[in-house]
Structure formats: structure tokens, C-alpha cells
Design a protein around this ligand. Structure first.
Ligand code: FES
Length: 507
């Protein structure tokens, strides 16, 4: 497995995993900055900090791009899931302009990396088309259009879109981009290592201490490091902190299909449903593809995850002519309480940094972290770092969402404790089935694999004790409370948990 699930993303299937040098025996134990997580956030940031003279270590529990960067659809946008009219309403016009300007800078920054390091990653610049699919969505589209004018995002009204999707009204948002995310980060890592940077993959951080301005980190295989700063590029930072309630984990579904004919114009599009459908073209060598995504749900909230793939394929069948589906996969993202990412210093901890809560805009926000965190480490704050500060307080904007997400986590905490199905005999579990069951008075997360072997685990998530839920598409145990995910043998795939699910002795 080189991604956090059973499905294989298009990016995984079209590139080899990055192959770092893994110098575990390296004698140097102290670094300026330790970055945990080798996705787009961690890798881009490590390279940026290195360019500014820092000695950095990246620690990655699995392999490069194992998490969401391997499962993104790799849109690079200067607009976000929280639309600018919402940002203006919640944060004010001036701050919305700050965000818009930073988003444009971020696209330029990604492009400058591609040029500087000669990265061949199928990058192209294009427009994105946003459309109302029903009359009742026209007003929402109009508000978005007006807000784009206010904050300076180049947008025009159009009468046609380069996708065979029915629509009422549409706008074209210029200046967007897209790429192959794993090719991008794999090359950045090579450049990082070439300049003396160290990345250790398959190295799980199991403990850390922040004392007297120094961070001490220990790993599962008993390595110990220290640093002046640490950056958690792992979505929800570990431990039981405010980000467990300020972020809600979601899953999105995507497929890539090879098109019968070349397309005249590379482009992206999305409708205004909730959850919205999103599409984009991709060109690799001489082949053209359509990438289709959507049908999102909160992690652990759906038993029949396969239905989401069925619906996705039905949507693609209805609207596009393609030769064959090359890849289908799902991926996790985190919705922030007030709609904007949290990038900067961990509240109350001067030398701990986080970057998370990207919603469906991980490529942009993940790269934007490199425009914020290095400056903060050098003592510089900016209007952007203030806006995205993890310590910000936005009571009105936050309250409505936070309460519903906390309610969802609490509901799961209570409901899932009592929902285990009582069974007399484990033999009733059929091949390929996973269930939380009660057996002999014990609650068990049980899975019978394709060779009929049983895998029995405690369902209690080591983060804060919710029960995990079976995900039949990814063959994983997913925690509905804060999104930790585990393999069939209990191995940790996604935090914020720091340890595995406990195995149950089959005897
Ligand atoms: Fe928090 Fe499982 S992720 S309880």
C-alpha cells in the first residue's frame, strides 16, 4: 500500500513512489526544523526553509504522498470552497482581498518552483468554470461573481462551457492551473536531498516534547531528534487539542477516464450543489483524460461507501464519452470551522507550527504555507498570517459550524458505542465483510479477508475513544470523530491518533 487506502489514485498508477535516501543512521540529531508529513505541505515547506538557510528533517510515517496529496484531484485555484462572498461576509472585504492576492501569489510560487527545478509534472494553466445547474442557484452564482469583482479575481460571465454539462448560468474564472501532484513533490524532494536535506520515510513519530524552546521527537523505531521548530503537516495535529473540534474530516470520490478524443481547451468546472461535482481535463503524453469528483460525505458517516463510487460512475457515464476508467479512488480532506485554513503557530507554542483545514483546496493552501510559516519563523507577521492564524477567534463564523461538527462527533461517540451487532459466532462474518460486533461480551472490529482469515481489533480509536467504522471501499477502519484511519491489522494510516488499534487475541 503506498496510499492511505485500498483504492489506487490516477497519480499513484502513473508514477513510481518517490525514493528518498533514508539515511536513518545519519549522525546529525539536531535540526533547525523538523517537519512531520511528506505531502505537498511538508515537502514544499522543507524546500523553502532550506532555501532560506535552514537545516530541515522530514519525518514521514509511510511514503512520500501517502496521504491526501496522493489522492487529490490536483486543482490549483485562486478561489476556494469558501467562496469570496462568504469570506467577505465573515472576515471583511479587506481580508478577502488579502486572501485573493495570496492565492494568486501561491499559483505563481508553484509555477516558479516548476521552472526553477525543471519539474516535468503535466502542469498547465487554464480557466475554471463555475455554473448554476438549476435556476435556484443563479443568485448564489451572481453573489460569487460580484465578490470576485470586489477582491480582484478575474472572472467573466459566459454562455458556454468546455464540458458537456447542462447549466443555467456560468462564469469563467481565469488564471487557474493543474498538475500531476506526485511528480511535482517527488522532484522537489530530490532537490531537497541534493542540497543536503534529510527525509526519513517509514518513520513514525510516537512522541514529542516541547521544553525550553527545544523540541524533542522520538520515533517508533527508537530514533531521537531535536530541533528549534516543529511543523505538523499531518492535517489534525496530534493529541487532544482545539483542532479536533475545529476540523471535520470528509471523504471525496474521484475517477479518471481516458477520453475518446482530444479536447480543444484544457479547463476545470464545478457546479454549486452541496456536495458539488467537480471535473477537469488532464493531458498526459498524448492522451487526454477527464477527472470527475464529488459525492463527498463526512468520514465514517456512510456505511455503503461503494454507492458513492456507483453514483460517481453514473455521473461520468451520463455526461462524458470516454474509452475506459483508468482509476477510481477516494481521499480525505478537512473542513475548517470558519471556512479558512489554519496556517501558522500553534496557539501558545512559539516554535510549533501547523498547516491544516484546507477544505477541497489542498494544493493551494498546502503551498501557501510556504508563504507564511518561513516568515513567521523569521519573526515576520503579515496580514495573511494574521488572517489564517490558528489562534484566530471568529466566534460568529465559527460557532455555527463547530457546533454541528462537535455534535456529529459526540453523536458518534454515543451511538457507535451501542450500535455493535451482537453475533453468536464469528463464522457468520462473510468473506470481505468488516463489522463492529459484540461477541462473548466484547466489542470487536472484525474483518474477514478474501482468504477467509479473521482480523480482530479493538474498535476503540486511541485518539479520544470513539469507535471506528468499516469503510468497505478502502478496506479500512475510519474514525467518525476526527478522521483517524487504520488498516485491517490496526496500523495507523491517518492521525490525529498516534498509535494503532489494539489487536485482539483470536484465542
Ligand atoms: Fe479522534 Fe478517533 S480520531 S477519537
Amino acid at each position: 500500500m503506498n496510499r492511505d487506502g485500498n483504492t489506487t489514485s490516477f497519480w499513484q498508477s502513473t508514477t513510481n513512489p518517490g525514493n528518498p535516501q533514508n539515511t536513518k543512521e545519519n549522525s546529525s540529531k539536531h535540526f533547525d526544523t523538523i517537519i512531520v508529513g511528506a505531502g505537498i505541505t511538508g515537502i514544499t515547506l522543507a524546500k523553502e526553509l532550506q532555501n532560506r538557510g535552514q537545516k530541515c528533517l522530514i519525518l514521514e510515517k509511510e511514503n512520500i504522498g501517502f496521504g491526501t496529496t496522493g489522492g487529490t484531484t490536483a486543482h490549483i485555484n485562486n478561489f476556494f470552497d469558501s467562496s469570496y462572498d462568504e469570506v467577505i461576509s465573515d472576515f471583511g472585504e479587506s481580508r478577502a482581498k488579502t486572501l485573493a492576492s495570496a492565492a494568486k501569489e501561491t499559483i505563481k510560487y508553484i509555477k516558479s518552483n516548476i521552472i526553477k527545478y525543471h519539474i516535468s509534472c503535466e502542469y498547465n494553466e487554464c480557466s475554471s468554470f463555475l455554473f448554476s445547474a438549476e435556476e435556484k442557484q443563479n443568485n448564489q452564482l451572481e453573489k460569487i461573481f460580484d465578490a470576485h469583482e470586489k477582491v480582484g479575481i478575474e472572472t467573466v460571465k459566459v454562455h458556454s462551457i468546455p464540458f458537456s454539462l447542462p447549466f443555467e448560468n456560468a462564469i469563467e474564472i481565469k488564471g487557474q492551473a493543474q498538475f500531476h501532484p506526485l511528480r511535482y513533490i517527488n522532484k522537489l524532494i530530490k532537490e531537497f536531498e541534493k542540497e543536503g536535506g534529510i527525509i526519513l520515510t517509514e518513520t513514525q513519530v510516537t512522541g514529542f516534547e516541547n521544553k525550553d524552546g527545544k523540541v524533542k521527537v522520538s520515533t517508533k523505531d527508537d530514533l531521537n531528534f531535536s530541533s528549534d521548530n516543529i511543523v505538523w503537516a499531518t492535517h489534525i495535529p496530534p493529541g487532544n487539542n482545539r483542532f479536533s473540534v475545529l476540523l471535520a474530516p470528509y471523504r471525496s470520490y474521484a475517477l479518471t477516464a481516458k477520453l475518446e478524443n482530444p479536447v480543444a481547451q484544457m479547463a476545470q468546472a464545478a457546479d454549486l450543489y452541496d456536495p458539488y461535482h467537480y471535473v477537469r481535463y488532464h493531458k498526459s503524453n498524448d492522451d487526454y483524460y477527464i477527472i470527475v469528483g464529488g459525492f463527498d460525505h463526512m468520514t465514517g458517516d456512510e456505511e455503503d461507501t461503494e454507492k458513492h463510487f456507483t453514483d460517481l460512475v453514473a455521473y461520468a457515464d451520463e455526461h462524458f464519452k470516454y474509452k475506459n476508467i483508468e482509476a477510481k479512488w477516494s481521499s480525505q480532506y478537512y473542513v475548517p470551522a470558519d471556512g479558512l485554513a489554519y496556517i501558522g503557530q500553534m496557539p501558545g507554542e512559539n516554535n510549533i507550527y501547523i498547516s491544516t483545514g484546507y477544505n477541497g483546496n489542498g494544493m493551494t493552501f498546502g503551498s501557501m504555507a510556504s508563504l507564511i510559516i518561513p516568515d513567521l519563523m523569521e519573526g515576520k507577521t503579515t496580514p495573511l498570517s494574521d488572517l489564517l492564524s490558528p489562534g484566530r477567534i471568529k466566534p460568529m463564523a465559527s460557532a455555527r459550524n463547530v457546533l454541528s461538527e462537535v455534535f456529529n462527533a459526540t453523536t458518534h461517540f454515543v451511538k457507535d458505542k451501542f450500535s455493535a451487532e451482537k453475533i453468536k459466532d464469528l463464522d457468520t462474518l462473510i468473506v470481505g465483510e468488516g463489522k463492529v460486533i459484540k461477541h462473548d461480551g466484547e466489542t470487536i472490529a472484525a474483518y474477514r479477508d478474501l482468504k477467509s482469515k479473521l482480523h480482530l481489533l479493538s474498535p476503540v480509536c486511541p485518539h479520544t475513544g470513539c469507535n471506528v467504522v468499516w469503510n468497505p471501499s478502502e478496506i479500512t477502519w475510519d474514525c467518525p470523530c476526527h478522521g483517524s484511519r487504520f488498516s485491517i491489522d490496526g496500523g495507523l494510516l491517518n492521525g490525529p491518533a498516534l498509535s494503532d488499534l489494539k489487536k485482539i487475541d483470536q484465542e
